[in-house]
Design a protein around this ligand. Structure first.
Ligand code: G3P
Ligand code: MG
Length: 252
């Protein structure tokens, strides 16, 4: 059984919450995405030293916060007081690193559907998959579950074990030759890949097997439209001010 989405698939996901219009992976990004009329968001989730999931892309804190060191070696108490906004613009000073719980709550309040990307630090693939799956199930209880994706097959398998009902996405830069076998192994709903690494053989095999293909990171409207014409179902974009499409696809 391949768990399906309980929502129709929007054409555009704001990448890392609010794309380039906000500091990445922040609640400010979610608010801006909603205000821009975007219905879907993608964000990255990594574990702290205490094993709690936080929105964070990099394994280290330096680029997107005023902290330093590895996220997986940083306590919840330290993460809770970091600033994750000012690196992008002084107007975002005071923006916290969100916990998965706070992002889930805000998505629900704003009516956003989500793609939660499990982003394990090296060596924490299984644990991150398990914790994120458990918390996604808890925080989205009683509402439509998000799409949960990862570059890590171990994380996806662990998530599948913990929460068999989760819709999963298998994520690659360039899909390997055996991507369909891998997608089927985790009973993933969708295949996600780098738009620049996409070739027609992947597209035709995805179409023939009824696997929706989603591509990152697409920052020009023309490029997004060209991908949609080729059969790509949705794109992740940093430029939600430019890449707009309000149509949605019902995936049976
Ligand atoms: O999930 C799509 C995209 O976010 C994957 O790349 O590095 O931005 O997480 P990255
Ligand atoms: Mg991501």
């Amino acid at each position: 059984i391949r768990p399906r989405l309980g929502w129709s698939l929007p054409r555009v996901f704001a990448h890392r919450c609010g794309g380039a219009l906000a500091p990445e992976n922040t609640l400010a990004g979610l608010r801006i995405a909603a205000r821009m009329g975007v219905r879907a968001v993608e964000f990255d989730v990594m574990l702290s030293a205490d094993g709690s999931p936080w929105l964070m892309h990099d394994e280290r804190l330096e680029r997107t916060s005023n902290g330093s060191g590895r996220v997986c070696e940083t306590s919840d108490a330290t993460l809770r007081v970091l600033d994750a906004g000012a690196y992008q613009h002084p107007a975002f000073l005071g923006e916290p690193v969100p916990s998965l719980a706070s992002a889930a709550l805000l998505c629900r309040q704003l009516g956003l559907v989500a793609n939660v990307e499990i982003k394990p630090a090296a060596g924490f693939e299984v644990l991150t998959g398990e914790v994120v799956a458990r918390q996604v199930r808890e925080f989205w209880a009683g509402t439509e579950l998000p799409l949960v994706s990862s570059f890590s097959e171990d994380a996806l398998l662990a998530a599948r074990e913990v929460a068999p009902e989760l819709p999963l996405g298998a994520l690659y830069e360039r899909p390997p030759d055996d991507w369909l076998t891998r997608v089927n192994r985790v009973a993933a709903l969708s295949l996600h890949c780098d738009a620049e690494q996409l070739d027609d053989s992947v597209l035709s095999r995805a179409r023939a097997n009824g696997i929706p293909l989603l591509c990152y990171t697409v920052n020009e409207l023309g490029a997004a439209e060209a991908l949609f014409r080729r059969g790509v179902m949705a794109v992740f974009s940093d430029r939600i001010d430019c890449v707009r499409d309000s149509s949605e696809i019902f995936l049976p």
